[in-house]
Design a protein around this ligand. Structure first.
Ligand SMILES: NC(=O)c1ccc[n+]([C@@H]2O[C@H](COP(=O)([O-])OP(=O)(O)OC[C@H]3O[C@@H](n4cnc5c(N)ncnc54)[C@H](OP(=O)(O)O)[C@@H]3O)[C@@H](O)[C@H]2O)c1
Length: 364
């Protein structure tokens, strides 16, 4: 769609629903990284003739929902019109009122949404709208809307955050040199890309081994001038017995930090921090998307437990020939046990390659 709602004025410009939903999905993505623990949502409003009269997205938790922004823009022109929303309109009074009520009050005739709301409190919106006589259609643009909101949807459906494992390695799969030095395997461009990724998640997770070896800050910042991003993910150090030094940079106060010990979270059979319990605790703290940044031991434990939803790997055109692998023991002994993934994106970042992969869905 070329024309923004403010110019459109509605009349004489019917917009196909699939096109309007694509626009709603694009709008939703503008909220990525700032809406948690809420989803990203986009909304497009068409008047009774099918012309674009309003659009909006949910920008931050506690702020107006996408439908409310679009309805405010459309005003009276929403009456008899169609609302296209990437997620089933909520039926819940939280920090803001239910969107279903606002849509009913505005007199829209039709609501088209892409994906049902899986949350126990937010769901039920479609039934409420139908009961008020509104024509409701589900599933338009569902694949695109699902992909755009995958972290939140996955996390809410299972009550555990969506985990992205990020690592940097050489072409021969080394995460550090034989002497333990690892700064820097990848280029500044790749590291800046990682900081952009940190801004989109609610928590960054590292093992105490990485904290002791590298003393990372784990903040999201501009590498050129060191300035911090406005919103910082929670820094989580997985540290069974509390070995994180008091003077470690992760404790510098630049962002919230949780040193998660086995005593606090619970211990697994090996006496180390119980990882599913850790993720459940993070979910209760409002974490929906988490970036697992290392190192190889903790990443191996997450993979062995089937707790990784996406892999983002940065591979530098360097070889070391010795040094630790990007992943230590994921409990895999034979090729038949390999964790199978499929690439969803491959691109060059500076001199390095970045690939994104997700676990392959097994066919029955
Ligand atoms: N290239 C990269 O992308 C990258 C990223 C990060 C780090 N690194 C490198 O990795 C090296 C550090 O490796 P590392 O493997 O020692 O660090 P790590 O994976 O960050 O930390 C491992 C530690 O996490 C703790 N842990 C707590 N619960 C655990 C659980 N359930 N399963 C597994 N571990 C658990 C264990 O110590 P406790 O039992 O005492 O808690 C374990 O020794 C450094 O050289 C660093 O430079 C590379």
């Amino acid at each position: 769609m070329e024309s923004p709602a403010s110019d459109a004025g509605g009349a004489g410009w019917p917009v196909p629903h699939d096109e309007a939903m694509r626009r709603a999905v694009a709008l939703a993505s503008r909220g990525l990284g700032t809406t948690s623990p809420n989803p990203v949502v986009g909304c497009v409003l068409l008047d009774s003739a099918g012309g674009l009269v309003g659009e909006g997205f949910h920008a931050y938790a506690g702020g107006p929902h996408a439908e409310i922004v679009a309805l405010a823009q459309a005003g009276e022109r929403a009456r008899g019109g169609t609302a296209l929303v990437t997620l089933e309109p909520c039926n819940h009074t939280g920090r803001t009122g239910p969107c279903t009520d606002a849509l009913i009050r505005a007199g829209v005739a039709r609501v088209v949404y892409a994906v049902p709301d899986p949350s126990p409190v937010g769901g039920g919106g479609a039934a409420q709208l139908r009961a008020a006589g509104i024509d409701v259609t589900a599933g338009v643009g569902a694949d695109e809307a699902e992909a755009g909101n995958i972290a939140w949807l996955t996390a809410v459906r299972r009550g555990s955050p969506y985990v992205i494992w990020k690592y940097a390695a050489t072409l021969d799969g080394r995460s550090a040199a034989a002497d333990g030095t690892s700064m820097w395997i990848t280029s500044e461009a790749a590291r800046m890309d990682v900081h952009a990724l940190r801004v989109t998640v609610d928590a960054v997770i590292a093992g105490v081994g990485t904290v002791l070896a590298d003393d990372p800050r784990l903040t999201a910042r501009n590498l050129r001038d060191g300035s911090l991003a406005i919103r910082q993910p929670l820094r989580v150090v997985v540290d069974s017995s509390g070995r994180t030094p008091a003077e470690a940079r992760v404790r510098d106060g630049a962002a919230d930090t949780w040193v998660a010990t086995a005593a606090e979270v619970g211990a697994g059979p090996d006496g180390r921090v119980d990882l599913p319990a850790l993720l459940a605790a993070l979910f209760r703290r409002g974490v929906r998307a988490a970036l697992l940044e290392g190192g190889p031991t903790l990443a191996g434990a997450f993979l062995a437990a089937g707790l990784v939803d996406k892999v983002v790997g940065y591979v530098a055109p360097k070889v070391l020939g010795a040094g630790p692998a990007a992943l230590v023991d994921a409990g895999i002994g034979t090729i038949a046990e390999a964790v199978e993934l499929e690439f969803t994106d491959v691109r060059q970042v500076g001199p390095d390659l970045r690939f994104t992969a997700v676990p392959r869905v097994k066919e029955d």
